[in-house]
Design a protein around this ligand. Sequence first.
Ligand SMILES: NC(=O)c1ccc[n+]([C@@H]2O[C@H](COP(=O)([O-])OP(=O)(O)OC[C@H]3O[C@@H](n4cnc5c(N)ncnc54)[C@H](O)[C@@H]3O)[C@@H](O)[C@H]2O)c1
Ligand SMILES: O=C(O)C(=O)C[C@@H](O)[C@H](O)[C@H](O)COP(=O)(O)O
Ligand SMILES: [Zn+2]
Length: 364
Amino acid sequence: MEALQTIQVKLGERSYPIWIGPHLLQELPSYLEKLKVTTKQKLLIVTDSHVEPWYLTGLKEGLEQAGYFVCSYTIPAGEESKSLQQYEQVLTYALEQKLDRRSIVLALGGGVVGDLAGFVASTFMRGVGFIQLPTTVLAHDSSVGGKVAVNHPLGKNLIGSFYQPLAVIYDTMTLKSLPKREVASGLAEVIKLGLIKDRSFLEWLAEHKVQLLGLEEPFLSHALGVACQIKADIVSKDEREEGIRALLNLGHTFGHALESLGGYGKYTHGEAVSIGMVMAAQTSEYVYGRDDLKQQVQEILSSYGLPVAYNTDWSEKQILDKMYLDKKVLAGALNLVLLEDIGNGKVVPDVAPELIINAIKAHK
Ligand SMILES: NC(=O)c1ccc[n+]([C@@H]2O[C@H](COP(=O)([O-])OP(=O)(O)OC[C@H]3O[C@@H](n4cnc5c(N)ncnc54)[C@H](O)[C@@H]3O)[C@@H](O)[C@H]2O)c1
Ligand SMILES: O=C(O)C(=O)C[C@@H](O)[C@H](O)[C@H](O)COP(=O)(O)O
Ligand SMILES: [Zn+2]
């Protein structure tokens, strides 16, 4: 099960493969050949200060030996780098290195690098090719689907585009150097997929938490494969979030508000989404007249060591106000992803703010 898995994101002429397996970075030149990237095309690797010491030198050497011109830009690790300032700095570096319209951006890192480098690629000279080289568990989500963005001081992911990569090359060996907190954080988004779409996958996740938190094979590759397949299927049906894709936002309207209020340092993205999913489950109970959803959501997330309540003095109103910056807000109405049942997410229009306030209050 640790062998190479190939999943296809089917988007007509913008279709692309997700390759998942061990040691894929060592074979990057042969994957570039498959993608018809030639040595005439300059490569810009964007990475971060935690990932660089582990993987950059080896990757660069392999590519240079294969005849490529390679330059690299390292951003400071952390969500704060998903900023307009960093975006401009990477663009400046790309111009200084004389990249051109045929150059390729390689995003080597987690979601922060992927979102930032993808946004650079989508706008540099009106768009150049980019390839995702994910190195976090969470990046099963961020590297697939083409949402690329930076944050605005007022809120998360508010400046960006839909821009698909040429491929996702997911070397599972890179996950071995991830801190434990980041492993759990990434698994929050895997759990999300079970909650919105696949109850039996969720049950499998509940049974295998020890193996997954320990990054044990073949469990890890199975989980990443299923997660990438669910994401690819949703994106293939609704690339620009006009319908079903919004389900991938379960917990995010709450979570993004918490990340933003925390100055992008208090909670990781997965942790904020974890708390957000519990609040969404609580809201679901109010909306659907149920009393058994929140407990189930809370149980699986806590069993993975993820937070299920926030522990600051932010008022419910402060959180609610931030939620109104969400991109699902239309004509002033807050549209939320809720759970009609476990494994069955629904987008619910115009949820009453009082219900949301109560759900937030219940998780302080
Ligand atoms: N575009 C999308 O569809 C999408 C989906 C989900 C999340 N996101 C975004 O992704 C971001 C979160 O991604 P993330 O959790 O990967 O965060 P991240 O990129 O900040 O990585 C988490 C931490 O792990 C470090 N790291 C990364 N790979 C490592 C490795 N192999 N070994 C050691 N350390 C490593 C990073 O330096 C960082 O400190 C958020 O900005 C979120 O909004 C985007
Ligand atoms: O791919 C999607 O669609 C998602 O919503 C995946 C989310 O996990 C991810 O965090 C995404 O970046 C959120 O997007 P946004 O549109 O709410 O900014
Ligand atoms: Zn997310």
